[in-house]
Design a protein around this ligand. Structure first.
Ligand code: PMP
Length: 458
């Protein structure tokens, strides 16, 4: 202890006097990262609602169906298992995920290729820490990829996908982006793709995926395929992993958050190639994981083993929920198209990505120049929460918004959680007759009415 000060209190006071903000000085990196826009809008809506605003929430993409009862029981039974799990995950879960991917993606996987962690977000972050090189990101791209890349010290090379063609990624455009990036001193070695896609709801078709995978192989690029929405394809386009065409160079990520409606359980996985390089990446990932989160929650891993066990009842429930998301999302898409709003046709997940650029001049007269202005305007004037295209790395003047449709699946306003759960289970049971019955979804109707009124007002 420094003897100049007679007490700890005096030392503390002196520190505060001399450094103003001490002892909490922040790094420049921490100050360059904002709260993820999806979480920020969710919190903004919660405080608006607490203040009495009846806000229509199209800002947060959270799975809306209740947990499958088999998973609920599995978690309850696993609760006493309080010990730490192995860093890469419990063997039964790694085995179940390997078997699941082998069957669903039609590529053989073994359990030593699988690592589980607290959400696929944490695994994507860690992957970007261990993989060398800069990153090619198709635009628009999910909110967290670019901040994660920046935190990993990587340059982000945005590659515009074609908004008029299901956000198709063109290999020529990728090659141009790579050449330009190299001229500017970058070293692009990773391409991160996401299909079904957040924010657009688009999915790559077979030919595009094959072309992308071939391009990546020819150019020595590692593919990260974020397949968190894979099970939520609406039915008119099949989910195909690029790993089918480029298994030695593709890393798949996924988890429980969307299809199994358990985002709060924080359980994700990464599946690495069955090559020597894949094994080395696994060692590096486990080393980082061991220093950061040690292991994902043991009871959650045990319950997740049941989720990935391909149990018929769980599989059927996931498939039915995908169809309901598809139905509701398509209904809102049809409304937007009837209003002449440009919007890619949704193929999977629970998002729409409309483009309001035809109304640019009238919106300007209301003070709206950017997608962020538009999102603010809709929240302040129409009590409707959306996310602006800028959150997805789009140019500010691209007047696009992401609408999350998962909250619109509520069959009726529920008085209690039990009632809400029962209504959603009933909806899943009746999914097969959805198109004949066309039941009312009050929040969907509200969203349809709102967009109609908003566009007519322009
Ligand atoms: N990727 C995408 C495209 C997502 O939308 C999300 C969640 N919003 C994630 C990854 C993260 O999922 P997890 O809950 O597994 O961390």
């Amino acid at each position: 202890m420094n003897m100049q000060y007679s007490s700890k209190q005096q030392l503390r006071e002196q520190l505060v006097r001399t450094s103003g903000q001490a002892p909490l000085t922040l790094t420049p990196t921490s100050q360059s990262i904002m709260t993820s826009p999806t979480l920020a809008i969710h919190e903004a809506v919660a405080s608006r609602r607490a203040a009495g605003h009846d806000t229509l929430h199209l800002g947060f993409g959270e799975a809306s169906f209740p947990l499958h009862p088999l998973l609920k029981t599995a978690l309850a039974e696993a609760a006493p298992h309080t010990g730490y799990a192995p860093v890469a995950g419990i063997p039964a879960l790694r085995q179940a995920i390997a078997a699941y991917l082998t069957s669903k993606r039609q590529i053989p996987f073994t359990s030593d290729q699988i690592i589980v962690g607290p959400g696929s977000k944490a695994l994507l972050f860690t992957l970007l820490q261990v993989l060398d090189g800069d990153i090619l990101l198709p635009l628009p791209s999910w909110v967290s990829y670019a901040p994660m890349a920046h935190l990993a010290g990587k340059r982000v090379i945005g590659v515009q996908a074609d908004p008029h063609d299901h956000h198709r990624l063109n290999p020529d455009r990728l090659s141009q982006a790579v050449s330009q990036a190299r001229q500017e001193g970058a070293h692009p070695r990773i391409l991160l793709v996401n299909s079904p896609h957040n924010p657009t709801g688009s999915m790559f078709d077979h030919a595009t995926l094959e072309a992308l995978a071939c391009w990546a192989r020819d150019n020595g690029i590692t593919l990260i395929s974020d397949e968190i929405y894979a099970e939520l394809a609406h039915g008119w386009r099949e989910h195909i992993s690029p790993a089918r065409f480029y298994p030695e160079g593709t890393i798949i990520t996924g988890g429980l958050s969307k299809a199994f409606a358990a985002g709060g359980w924080r359980l994700g996985f990464a599946a690495l190639p069955s090559t020597e390089a894949g094994a080395r990446a696994m060692v590096a990932l486990c080393a980082l994981a061991s220093e950061i989160w040690s292991a994902a929650s043991t009871p959650v891993q045990e319950a997740a083993t049941v989720a990935f066990s391909q149990h018929e009842a769980i599989e059927s429930s996931v498939q039915r929920s995908a169809h309901v998301y598809g139905y509701v999302t398509d209904q809102l898409y049809q409304t937007l198209r009837q209003l002449d709003v440009l919007c890619p046709r949704p193929a999977g997940g629970f998002y729409l990505y409309p483009d309001f650029s035809p109304w640019r001049s009238v919106l300007r007269s209301r003070g709206v120049e950017t997608s962020q202005d538009l999102a603010h305007y809709l929240l302040a004037e129409w009590d409707t929460a959306t996310l602006p295209g800028t959150a997805f790395q789009e140019e500010p003047t691209a007047l696009r918004l992401r609408l999350a449709t998962s909250a619109l699946c509520e069959p009726r306003p529920a008085v209690s959680d039990e009632e809400r759960e029962a209504a959603l289970f009933h909806l899943l049971d009746q999914e097969e007759t959805l198109f004949e019955r066309r039941p009312a979804f009050p929040l969907l109707e509200r969203a349809q009415t709102f967009w109609t009124a908003f566009i007519r007002d322009l």
